[in-house]
Design a binder for this molecule. Structure first.
Ligand code: F6R
Length: 602
């Protein structure tokens, strides 16, 4: 949420920052801005709207410089407009700041500074950082930044420049992500890896309240007592191809198509020797009497599927909680509780909060994360990584699929250790898992029918996703995908539950997407389908079974698969359906309205 980037080096910072902002645009796209040292003053350009608007402005104002910061905003305090855009400057225009996060005590700070006669121009919480820093500045930027960090409550990742120290760029963070990239050609700060991937693969993941001082020829790190910290950079394994559209019209479609490879790599990384296997093998599951899976959005829905698989294989009770609820509900958690946190970004504020709450209460935490070095990856007791690579589209697809398969393997390994499945069953299930990438390819090889059906569904006002058992579990993700990118209202419902109320909403033309991959429940879900068809609904039936198609019933036939792992195939059909509905509506699929990837605010 909000993306920041900064550069200091021999080259002109402006094109580097603009290019980086485009790669960060998935984090927020309400407005964007840039500031560079240009002679004796800051060259600043800020514009409401997408990066393209900022570029158009830059074509007019023509600024350049070797040190600069940039920002793409997801508005929290103050509407998206030019003035509220970052960078924010102090009153005397000697300090410039870009900020990702929320300053909770900004009102008190603002009141105090206003009483001293300092004039504010924006409605943002972020402006107080620039004003306070300028107010504290007395010839040493690090001193001022430390005072600011001590005064701020809330979360922040900051890039800071000071006109009196024009050869440096300073950075500090708390509870929001910030990386420092180093290269022979200059040094960078950024919210996320893709922003600087074209320039370097050597990065430092900053810790909370560490200060980075970037110069053209090097980076130094300090703690809040101004003592130097010695750090070694990590090498990023992500590739540029992963962060490019590669000929696809949208990142989302590219990421859907990448799923067979992502499944294959996540499976290999988890079954073969390496960090994931070590994490799983070293956890003694027999110690726990309760498992809680907590996460947000799609990651939480991966957990809902995980619950069905864990309970079936491990015979252990599993609760799934939205992280935003779990953290404040005085959860029943103790040292016999295993808390599994799931997150693509590893930076979601509520998931971090839930994990910290669980740890505080004595739980052991196991994280499933995509971004190496992220806060959740570093803070969890055990971490296993999904091999999705950079996921750029706001709507999660390949990361979700990787989370599912990792949860399946976790459940199989735990069941094996608990003795709830024998070796033969384990081998059978692992063989099924190994076949998933090929079966996913089969689903992706037959997209025409879904594409056509989606084109005929764009005028739907409301769509119901129904299923039973694990098919019900995956319907949540199907429903979320549709609403977030196509803006069509949808609901996930247990097939057997419809008749207890919701069936009242079924009328002529309503679309019901029914998922049917559990052989022993096929007859039951089919009855539910007949119930809605007889009330006027048309049904898209996503199933591993054949059925006769009619003018009201259309079939998406999936390859045969073990029912426990069928969500990995049904979800691909559901993702494609949502994608093509949104594409046919001409919507901005990769950057849906009001959303941002990596939700670093509560
Ligand atoms: C939906 C989506 C979100 C995320 C959620 C958690 O398509 O992407 O619901 O799943 O914001 O994000 P992470 O996984 O980064 O913690």
């Amino acid at each position: 949420m909000c993306g920041i980037i900064g550069y200091t080096g021999k080259r002109d910072a402006v094109p580097i920052i603009i290019e980086g902002l485009k790669r960060l645009e998935y984090r927020g796209y309400d407005s964007a801005g840039i500031a560079v040292y240009a002679d004796e003053a800051f060259g600043v350009a800020k514009r409401k709207g997408r990066i393209a608007e900022l570029e158009a402005e830059l074509a007019k104002v023509n600024i350049s410089g070797n040190v600069g910061i940039g920002h793409t905003r997801w508005a929290t305090h103050g509407e998206p407009n030019d003035v509220n855009s970052h960078p924010h400057l102090g009153e005397k225009s000697r300090i410039a700041v870009v900020h990702n996060g929320i300053i909770e005590n900004y009102k008190q700070i603002k009141d105090t500074l206003e009483q001293k006669g300092i004039k504010f121009v924006s409605q943002t919480d972020s402006e107080v950082i620039a004003q306070l820093c300028e107010h504290y500045y007395d010839g040493d930027l690090m001193d001022a930044v430390i005072k600011v960090a001590n005064a701020l409550e809330g979360s922040y990742a900051l890039g800071i420049m000071c006109l009196d120290e024009p050869d440096i760029l300073m950075a500090i963070k708390k509870d929001n992500p910030l990386i420092v990239g180093i290269s022979d050609d200059g040094n960078f700060i950024a919210s996320d890896v893709p922003a600087i991937l074209p320039h370097t693969k050597q990065v430092h993941y900053m810790n909370d309240k560490e200060i980075a001082i970037l110069r053209a020829d090097g980076v130094d790190f300090f703690n809040m007592q101004k003592e130097p910290i010695v750090r070694k950079p990590e090498t990023i394994t992500w590739t540029m191809e992963g962060a490019e559209k590669g000929g696809y019209p949208h990142f989302m479609l590219k990421e859907i198509m990448e799923q067979p490879r992502v499944l294959k790599e996540t499976i290999a990384n988890t079954l073969m020797d390496g960090a994931n296997k070590t994490a799983i093998d070293s956890l003694d599951i027999s110690h726990f009497n309760k498992v809680i899976i907590t996460a947000c959005g799609s990651a939480c829905y991966a957990g809902v599927v995980g619950k069905y698989v864990f309970e079936r294989l491990c015979r252990i009770s599993v609760e799934v909680e939205f992280a935003s609820e779990f953290r404040y509900k005085d959860p029943i958690v103790d040292d016999k509780t295993l808390v599994i946190v799931v997150s693509q970004s590893g930076e979601t504020a509520d998931t971090i909060g839930a994990m910290r709450e669980a740890k505080k209460r004595g739980a052991t935490t196991f994280a499933i994360v995509n971004v190496i070095g992220s806060a959740i990856a570093r803070e969890a007791d055990y971490t296993a990584y999904t091999a999705a690579g950079p996921e750029i589209a706001v709507a999660s697809t390949k990361a979700f699929s990787a989370q599912l398969v990792l949860l399946y393997i976790l459940a199989i390994r735990f069941a094996q250790k608990l003795g709830t499945i024998d070796d033969a069953k384990t081998a059978e299930l692992i063989a099924e898992i190994n076949n998933l990438p090929e079966k996913a390819t089969e689903v992706l090889d037959h997209t025409d029918y879904i594409q056509k059906y989606a084109a005929g569904s764009i005028n739907s006002k409301s769509v119901f996703f129904i299923g039973r058992n694990i098919d019900y579990a995956i319907s949540f993700e199907g429903s979320l995908k549709l609403k977030e990118i196509s803006y069509i209202h949808s609901e996930a419902y247990a097939g057997g539950e419809l008749k207890h109320g919701t069936i009242a909403l079924i009328e002529e033309g309503v679309l019901v997407v029914a998922i049917a991959c559990c052989p022993n429940l096929y007859g039951k879900i089919f009855s539910n389908v007949e119930q809605v068809i007889s009330r006027g609904a048309r049904v898209l039936f996503v199933s591993t079974e054949d059925t006769k198609q009619t003018d009201k019933l259309s079939l998406v036939k999936l390859p045969q698969v073990h029912e426990l792992f069928s969500p990995s195939l049904s979800v691909i059909a559901l993702q494609l359906f949502s994608y093509y509905v949104a594409a046919n509506k001409g919507l901005d699929i990769d950057k849906p309205r009001n959303l941002a990837k990596s939700v670093t605010v509560e």
